[in-house]
Design a protein around this ligand. Structure first.
Ligand SMILES: [Zn+2]
Length: 380
């Protein structure tokens, strides 16, 4: 079983079978609100619903046999894999092509099963959009600790301990001597901060994190900040109250809350930039029709989509251009095929073009612009 990442979504978005359909299966396995029994029952119900739907759809013999094989394999898989610790499960199967991918999800998806021409990746890209690669840097007077946080999973990276000179070493307590020793101690603390900051930069070069969360006492902050490399200062997105000595679950909880707050703020900022660009008549397209045109012409830099916004549409079987209602592809002059959710197809195409997809939580200003929009590389 693999964990979700961008490469995985890109690979899934490239899979397509001309002969068979793909089953996409999503299951909420979050043990914080579901018992194992409930998860097993939900999986069973979902597969039963899938079999009923399969019977009602008039697929040809080969397609039906491949989908039935998908469901059999899923049933076996769910019976064997009910004990994992992830919050969700996504499986994509096309047994006619011997294709199978199962992915652990850090966030529970909506339970569903779909049969379509390609893997239904939208729930994955929504989940991916919520998370960043984060470095947690906790520092105190005598210690520093680093953790990585990605997709809700925390991992300890390193601990640094600094031994301070003992204050009563000289046994000489006249004022001058105490001040001298204090200065000596402070120089050590200073050196410790410097070393810890440099090590954070080494980690950044290795791990390439997007965001840095810093946990330190307020009066250390200005001292520490001066030692942080400018690349790190750019990525410093927030402060934590957590200390190096705190238990891991406490650190994780606080960091996840901060990540969530920042993600929401980033979403709002994406929409604000989009609206500003649109209103000045710049490099932006709004509404489904214009956004699809941007996708077709490979001009999308980032696609903004309201959560759960879906629309039926058309796809040209030859050039794979997406349309809202064209019965004939204007570019190839051949009949288009209906697609159940053209928004999902647009998200897949955007992924394939290595452009960004920003999922926006409603209500937002994007609602006034047709729930979907695109920032373009250049003006159409
Ligand atoms: Zn075409």
């Amino acid at each position: 079983m693999k964990f979700l990442n961008r490469q995985k979504i890109e690979a899934l978005s490239c899979f397509k079978s001309d002969k068979y359909l793909t089953t996409s299966f999503f299951l909420d396995t979050d043990k914080s609100h579901l018992s194992r029994k409930e998860i097993q029952v939900a999986a069973k119900n979902l597969l039963t619903a899938g079999r009923t739907r399969l019977e009602s759809l008039g697929f040809d013999k080969d397609k039906k046999a491949s989908l039935t094989h998908d469901l059999d394999k899923l049933q076996e898989f769910c019976a064997q894999n009910s004990t994992d610790n992830s919050h969700g499960l996504a499986v994509f199967s096309c047994q006619g092509e011997s294709f199978w991918e199962d992915v652990h999800l850090p966030h529970p998806p909506r339970n569903r099963i779909l049969f379509d021409h390609n893997p239904y990746i939208r729930p994955l890209s929504q989940i991916l959009g919520r998370y960043h690669r984060i470095c947690i840097f906790l520092v105190g007077r005598t210690s520093a600790k680093w953790f990585s946080l990605h997709m809700g999973r925390i991992a300890h990276l390193e601990t640094l301990l600094c031994e301070l000179p003992s204050k009563d070493k000289d046994g000489d307590f006249d004022g001058t001597s105490v001040r001298r020793i204090e200065r000596h101690v402070e120089a050590h603390v200073h050196e410790h901060f410097k070393k810890a900051s440099q090590y954070t930069f080494e980690l950044f070069k290795k791990e390439k994190f997007d965001w840095l969360f810093l946990g330190c006492e307020d009066h250390f902050y200005s001292d520490l900040e001066q030692f942080l490399h400018s690349y790190l200062r750019e990525r410093l997105k927030g402060r934590l109250k957590a200390k190096p000595s705190d238990p891991e679950d406490k650190i994780l909880k606080e960091a996840l809350e901060l990540e969530d707050t920042l993600s929401r703020a980033a979403e709002e900022e994406d929409v604000r930039r989009f609206v500003a660009e649109l209103e000045k008549g710049g490099r932006a397209a709004s509404g489904i029709k214009e956004s699809l045109r941007g996708v077709n012409q490979l001009e999308v830099q980032s696609l903004l989509v309201t959560h759960n916004y879906a629309a039926e549409g058309k796809m040209c079987p030859k050039c794979r251009f997406l349309y809202l209602e064209e019965a004939v592809c204007p570019s190839c002059q051949i009949a288009t095929n209906p697609v159940a959710d053209v928004v999902d197809e647009a998200i897949e195409a955007t992924f394939k073009q290595h452009a960004e997809v920003c999922h926006v939580t409603p209500p937002s200003k994007l609602d006034h612009y047709g729930k979907i929009g695109a920032m373009l590389r250049f003006k159409i």
